[in-house]
Design a protein around this ligand. Structure first.
Ligand code: GLU
Length: 473
């Protein structure tokens, strides 16, 4: 296979969250797309915390974002980069732009800028791009005063963004102002910081929400001003709620941590989020390795994806059924901690792993799975709920008592258990169902359980007999 120049250069993607809140489901999907794209191409996936807004950025939010990514299994290469820590480098680039003549010192004060706008408005303009009088001023005329560094933006023509998802997006240059890259207090602006960081981090593909599409035009000017290679842009449509409206809290959980606490398996979340706004043929259910192999920017749709909780659940159900028992146990422990539920004892852990084969099939979430595994996790005396208790009457208790005797010397295989139960039912002239109901009550205290054989095999002979004796008494 011949390799194109593009496939020859290593792919570097990044996720660049602002740490002002928890990791949102939309952000998680952006991170996932970047991760899949890089991991499927032997590339790098980097993490940058955009913490330049000192008032709104918090260490708690950073921790929550890292935690959410870790839960989803989205590992990043190297240390997370702090954008704030790189402010000297951002300022340095602003000064390099001055030297290159692609930026200039602007001494205009806030008042002068406001006055410029007011004058334009008085002339009838609805919005006026500020035109600084310092753009072409003679340095000899510079006052000894603080200045901002502004980009010398083109005033005529158009800036074209070639976006992999959105196509060619054209912005008229007279709509773009000479944006400030370094404020008069010496602080770099966000728009500069993003570009400098992406450039320095070697980012080849910027995959992010389309709420940043407008920024791309201005960011591209910074690349051009520095003669840097513009990355491949891919602006992905946002996620909407099931009703097609912008996703918000009223649609349900929006923070990734909430999904962990609700007991969705990470592999299911990854699969579901991959399909949220991306498609390849009719692939719906796939492993993460398959997703890495399939994922590409060409499969990203142009219209907003709708969150569909039913589909999320069925996807998660498929992944639970596929899950490897020890890995599921590990994840369940994480779920219990996230949901503030009591941790498993070591005995419960062992029993849960033994029960996994008969409980992971029809569960869609971990709480559902644990509910099905209740028989294995509970201990004697088993609490019998009202519905199940109805099956325990003097006659059925008598039969259970008899059954305990028959089970004493049984070899503990499904085959033998089947023949014993069939014999006992036949001897009493009752159908198997009539026998299974009190058995379920005795073994699990509930009427909806895995099969009585599975329960007996999982908890073992001694415990089965003890529970039957409890119920018979
Ligand atoms: N920090 C921005 C955000 O959280 C992302 C910027 C980017 O991806 O370029 O929305």
């Amino acid at each position: 296979m011949s390799s194109t120049p593009e496939s020859a250069s290593p792919v570097v993607t990044r996720f660049a969250p602002s740490p002002t809140g928890s990791l949102h489901i939309g952000g998680a999907r952006t991170a996932l797309f970047n991760w899949l794209f890089a991991r499927g191409r032997g590339g790098k996936f980097l993490l940058r915390i955009e913490d330049t807004d000192r008032e709104r950025s918090t260490p708690e939010a950073t921790a929550a974002i890292l935690q959410g990514l870790t839960w989803l299994g989205l590992d990043w290469d190297g240390e997370a980069v702090s954008q704030f820590d790189r402010r000297d480098r951002h300022a340095q680039v602003a000064h390099q732009m001055l030297e290159r003549g692609t930026a200039y010192k602007c001494f205009s004060t806030q008042e002068e800028i406001a006055a410029f706008r007011a004058a334009k408005e008085a002339e009838g303009a609805s919005y006026a791009v500020f035109q600084s009088p310092w753009r072409d001023a003679d340095p000899a005329s510079f006052p000894d005063a603080p200045y901002a560094i502004r980009m010398k933006a083109p005033r005529t023509g158009e800036t074209k963004i070639s976006d992999t998802v959105q196509g060619i997006v054209t912005v008229r240059n007279d709509q773009l102002d000479d944006m400030i890259v370094l404020r008069s207090d010496g602080n770099p602006t966000y728009m500069l910081a993003v570009v400098v960081d992406d450039h320095d981090m070697g980012v080849t593909h910027v995959i992010r929400g389309d709420d940043h599409l407008n920024n791309a035009a201005r960011q591209q000017m910074v690349y051009d001003a520095m003669d840097w290679q513009v990355p491949v842009w891919a602006h992905i449509p946002l996620i909407h709620g099931p009703d097609g409206k912008k996703l918000s809290k009223r649609h349900g959980a929006t923070a990734v941590g909430d999904y962990q606490a609700l007991g969705y398996p990470a592999a299911g979340m990854r699969n579901y989020l991959t399909r949220l706004g991306w498609a390849q043929g009719d692939a719906e259910l796939f492993t993460t390795d398959q997703a890495k192999a399939m994922f590409g920017l060409e499969g990203i749709g142009r219209s907003p994806a709708r969150l569909d909780f039913k589909k999320l659940e069925s996807t998660c159900g498929w992944h639970l059924a596929q899950g490897e028992d020890a890995a599921l146990l590990h994840e369940i422990e994480g779920y219990l901690a996230a949901a503030d539920r009591p941790a498993l004892t070591s005995e419960q852990r062992d029993l849960l792993v033994r029960a996994m084969y008969c409980v992971k099939d029809r569960a869609k979430t971990f709480p559902e799975l644990l509910d099905k595994a209740h028989f294995a996790l509970t201990s004697r005396p088993v609490d019998v709920d009202e519905a199940a208790g109805k099956a325990l009457d003097p006659v059925s208790r008598g039969i259970l008592g008899e059954l305990t005797l028959r089970l004493q010397n049984a070899s503990w295989t499904k085959q033998e258990l089947e023949s014993i139960l069939t014999e006992v039912a036949t001897a009493h002239g009752i159908g198997f169902g009539k026998l299974a109901a009190p058995l379920r009550a005795a073994l699990a205290g509930r009427s909806a359980t895995p099969s009585v054989y599975d329960m007996m095999l999982v908890i073992g002979q001694a415990e089965t007999i003890a529970r039957l004796q409890d119920a018979a008494a």
